[in-house]
Write a new protein. Structure first.
Length: 57
């Protein structure tokens, strides 16, 4: 079995920066929405969003 080295090493700092940037962008998006839009956005972005929003049972 041949094990090839990774072409690039994972850079944790870059991952953390990306996660922070995405979090800030999501926060800004939510702040621009009116309350009903914000509620729909949050409900639709959850892990069971499709079933919960389209079929509450």
């Amino acid at each position: 079995m041949i094990i090839a080295p990774l072409l690039t090493t994972p850079d944790v700092a870059e991952d953390v920066e990306l996660a922070e940037n995405v979090s800030m962008a999501m926060l800004l998006v939510r702040e621009t929405l009116v309350p009903i839009e914000r509620a729909v956005f949050v409900l639709r972005s959850g892990p069971q969003s499709r079933r919960t929003v389209t079929n509450p049972s």
